[in-house]
Design a protein around this ligand. Structure first.
Ligand SMILES: [Zn+2]
Length: 360
């Protein structure tokens, strides 16, 4: 095999050095060389190098014959028609050996790089899987931490039963809830809320994320317009904003305030047009006259009270035009406040009074 390579190398070098240009077009890459004499004869016959004997100028004795050899870089086997070449030393062999050695080094280097890439990929995959597992565990943990939303109720199942019995008189829907769902469902999904005036309202907490969600559920359940169902913090005398996240575990902080659905009821209509002292709009119907003589609309006045007093530290409101003080009683009357609203206004003014004293 070595001697073959030596000869072959010489031939290819001969061919590539263009000293035998007729050899070049005959070079063809093959997957293997003949392994015995029979195959060799057959391949030589197929290559038909003798046909070129007469038109080649490489060999004077016309020894232009079939060869199957390694190419210059010893990476492929080639068939070629070329003169016979006799080597007088081992230079070509050494060249092939060196070339093969450097190729094997290159191969080793490639294998090393591939191993590193695969190792990095495996580490990345492991990291991603770990991250996913971590997220899943955390998600489960969070889910579990949400569960206590009704555990206050679950802690005392008897209390829950009492609530259901108490509320049965108020709402037929309770029967629906207690009959259609198992106790477990009730514990997990339904919570009791208390209004300012002490009425219990059971409400499903399913999909309740914000205060707005809760208001919508309660409004639908109680058939009260959304604007008339507010959630308040009576301890601090403030209203919860719609975007605030509802925290089921701190449910006792939330008190419901059911408002008057028809504030203009009871006010006399004189048909005259006046300017609303708060909104500056022209009003003819559904207006109320304040103690200072200025006019406004009960709904506008209530929104103004709701906007100005809770959390402000103020204990009174003044007419925006004449600065006359509008007392609590006046506000209750002119806003046509419901029982819940009256009680909440009272809480707000008490808290504001305390805040004012603390500031002094
Ligand atoms: Zn006024």
């Amino acid at each position: 095999m070595i001697s073959l390579s030596v000869i072959v190398c010489s031939i290819v070098q001969l061919a590539s050095s263009a000293s035998c240009p007729q050899s070049i077009p005959t070079v063809s890459v093959v997957p293997r060389c003949p392994s015995n004499e029979k195959e060799w004869i057959s391949a030589a016959k197929r290559k038909n190098c003798s046909a070129l004997e007469n038109c080649q100028t490489c060999s004077k004795d016309r020894s232009f014959v079939y060869h199957c050899v390694l190419n210059k870089n010893a990476t492929e086997l080639v068939e070629v028609c070329a003169p016979i070449w006799y080597m007088s030393d081992q230079m070509c062999y050494r060249h092939i050996k060196f070339s093969t050695a450097s190729q094997s080094e290159k191969g080793e280097h490639t294998t090393f790089v591939m191993t590193v890439i695969i190792a990095v990929l495996v580490i990345l995959v492991i990291l991603v899987i770990s991250l996913l597992i971590f997220i899943r565990i955390n998600w489960k943990k969070n889910n579990n931490s949400i569960k206590p939303r009704c555990e206050k109720i679950a802690e005392n199942v008897y209390e829950l039963d009492e609530l259901i019995i108490e509320s049965k008189d108020d709402s037929k829907e309770i029967e629906k809830i207690s009959l259609d769902t198992t106790r477990k469902d009730v514990v997990e999904e339904v919570a009791n809320f208390v209004t300012m005036s002490g009425k219990n309202i059971l409400c499903s907490l399913k999909n309740v994320v914000t205060i707005r969600d809760l208001r919508e559920k309660l409004s639908e359940k109680e058939s009260v317009p959304l604007k008339c169902l507010l959630v308040v913090d009576k301890e601090n005398g403030v209203l919860y904003q719609d975007a605030t996240v509802f925290e089921p575990c701190k449910k006792e902080r939330y008190t419901l305030m059911v408002g008057n659905t028809n504030r203009t009821q009871g006010f006399k209509e004189d048909g005259n047009v006046h300017t609303d002292v708060i909104s500056n709009k022209q009003i003819s119907h559904g207006k109320c006259q304040m103690c200072c003589g200025h006019f406004t609309v009960p709904e506008t006045l209530f929104d103004w009270v709701k906007d100005k007093l809770p959390g402000s530290g103020d204990v009174e409101l003044q007419c925006p035009r004449c600065s006359d003080v509008w007392e609590e009683e006046e506000l209750v009357k002119k806003c046509n406040m419901s029982e819940d609203e009256k009680l909440f206004l009272n809480c707000v003014l008490e808290v504001n009074e305390k805040t004012k004293k603390m500031k002094q």
